[in-house]
Design a protein around this ligand. Structure first.
Ligand code: GDP
Length: 453
């Protein structure tokens, strides 16, 4: 997980200027007036392959009177909780003030590593003044001039060394590595939905090259194949049953089998007999996919039997409406109508599979994400409106816990004050806002809140 560095300090020491320097761009206005409140902003600081997030804690001590009020302390505590390292900014032209001393106490209590930064060290004469800060107990300060750029390189080096920041593999390299392995597709659904027929239809296509050595597991048959030059591993839960010709009683285990296949998959193809309609068991399997946070495509099979005499456009519309209603909790999954029996739309299914894989690559930038969420909350507050009792979002970050899978599932963690007031429904709303920015079809988004209640 990417490291986060929080910039803290009393008003007017040059936190925003330092933030802009580190972010390498002018993205927030530097205010000359103390007490100008603004949102906490975040950005990425990149030096070659080393990347970390920076967070400007503008709100902390934005009002000199407020420096130690409960609200400020709670906010500070959460912001500080998020950070891996604190840059404690002081002003060489002002010397140590009482507010600096109060902040020093708070920062020491966080037990987080603190780097003392003496800003506005623009000239040799001013740099003479930095020695006094050593007595604050955070070691010798790093001398910088955020406005002129002096000392910034050294500061970044110190940050990288202190946090032991690893080199990030470039996005395209990551993508290449992920794509080199076969994509694991679980073919799941209730008996008779057409899973075996779908597997046969895939393997029977001219474009599919079936591997000579199918891997086998206890619960499913794994078939390796190449389609349009890409490698896939089909986890076929129906194959076993067909092969062993076991009786219906064993179907009790079909749910268990689906579960194992879902867990192993990069992407689940949930096969539904759309002519027969969605049944309890379809919903159960769908629920498992959601619970396991797995990417998914809804394969509406037996489309040839679905109102065969109606107009094509009406059929698709009707089917979409019915299935969206039945699987409302699986709204992230794209729909595709197939006829496995007639080998129809198999090529399209693979186009969709590749869309899902492609759409999941990359990430939404920390700065963009934070601005988007703060703006949204400002314009459309939660159930409690703008009441002081409502939550206060401090910071959002995207964590990909499973970086190294073919289709990474993003997890958005919101750090908030009065976190419990951020309801599940509201989180879903925020998810829909993120999706407008980054659609990622077929990929579930995990949303969670952390922070003080
Ligand atoms: P599984 O239990 O999910 O593997 O289902 P099968 O692949 O064995 O299919 C069950 C039955 O549905 C078989 O008789 C298939 O021929 C039939 N079937 C599968 N797909 C289609 C389809 O797209 N259209 C039609 N009309 N029949 C299908």
């Amino acid at each position: 997980m990417r490291k986060t560095v929080a910039i803290v300090g009393r008003p007017n020491v040059g936190k925003s200027a330092l933030f802009n320097r580190l972010a390498g761009m002018n993205i927030s206005i530097v205010h000359d007036l103390a007490g100008v409140t603004r949102d906490r902003i975040t950005a990425e600081c990149r030096r070659g392959p080393q990347v970390f997030n920076i967070m400007d804690t503008g709100g902390i001590g934005a009002n000199t009177e407020d420096v130690l009020t409960e609200q400020v302390q709670v906010e500070a505590a959460i912001a500080l909780d998020v950070a891996d390292l604190l840059l404690f900014v002081v002003d060489v032209t002002a010397g140590i003030t009482t507010i600096d001393e109060s902040l020093a106490l708070i920062l020491r209590r966080t037990k987080k590593p603190v780097l003392l930064v003496a800003n506005k060290a623009d000239s040799e004469k001013r740099r003479m003044g930095t020695a006094e800060f050593t007595r604050m107990g955070f070691g010798d300060p790093a001398e910088v001039s955020a406005v002129h750029g002096h000392g910034i390189n050294d500061l970044v080096t110190t940050i990288v060394e202190t946090l032991d920041i690893a080199e990030e593999e470039p996005e395209d390299e990551q993508e290449k590595r992920r794509n080199a392995r076969p994509l694991k597709l679980a073919i799941v659904g209730r008996p008779n939905a057409g899973k075996s027929s779908l597997v046969n239809a895939i393997l029977g296509q001219e474009r599919a090259i079936v591997s000579d050595v199918p891997g086998t597991t206890r619960d499913s048959l794994d078939v390796f194949c190449t389609f349009n030059g890409k490698n896939y591993q089909l986890i076929d839960t129906a194959g076993i049953r067909k092969q062993a010709k076991v009786d219906d009683q064993v179907e009790i285990f079909s749910i268990q089998r689906s579960y194992q296949a879902i867990k192993r998959a990069d992407l689940c193809l949930l096969v539904i007999d759309c002519a027969g309609g969605a049944k309890m068991q379809d919903r159960k399997v769908a629920q498992m996919i959601v619970e396991e946070n797995k990417p998914c495509i809804l394969v509406m099979n037996k489309f040839d039997l679905f109102h065969p005499h109606a107009k094509q456009k009406d059929r698709i519309e009707e089917l979409t409406e019915v299935m969206r209603r039945e699987f409302f909790f699986l709204s992230y999954a794209p729909l595709i109508a197939t006829s496995a029996k007639n080998s129809e739309n198999i090529g399209k299914l693979f186009v969709q599979i590749e869309n899902v894989r492609k759409g999941a690559q990359g990430r939404i930038g920390t700065g963009v994400l934070n601005r988007l969420m703060h703006e949204t909350i400002e314009n459309t507050p939660g159930p409690l409106g703008r009441s002081p009792q409502t939550f206060k979002l401090l910071y959002v970050t995207q964590v990909n816990e499973t970086e190294d899978v073919a289709i990474p599932v993003p997890h958005f963690v919101m750090f908030a004050n009065r976190a419990a007031k951020m309801t599940e429904g509201y989180l879903r709303f925020l998810e829909s806002v993120i999706r407008k920015e980054w659609p990622a079809p077929g990929v579930p988004f995990r949303m969670s809140v952390r922070g003080k209640q």
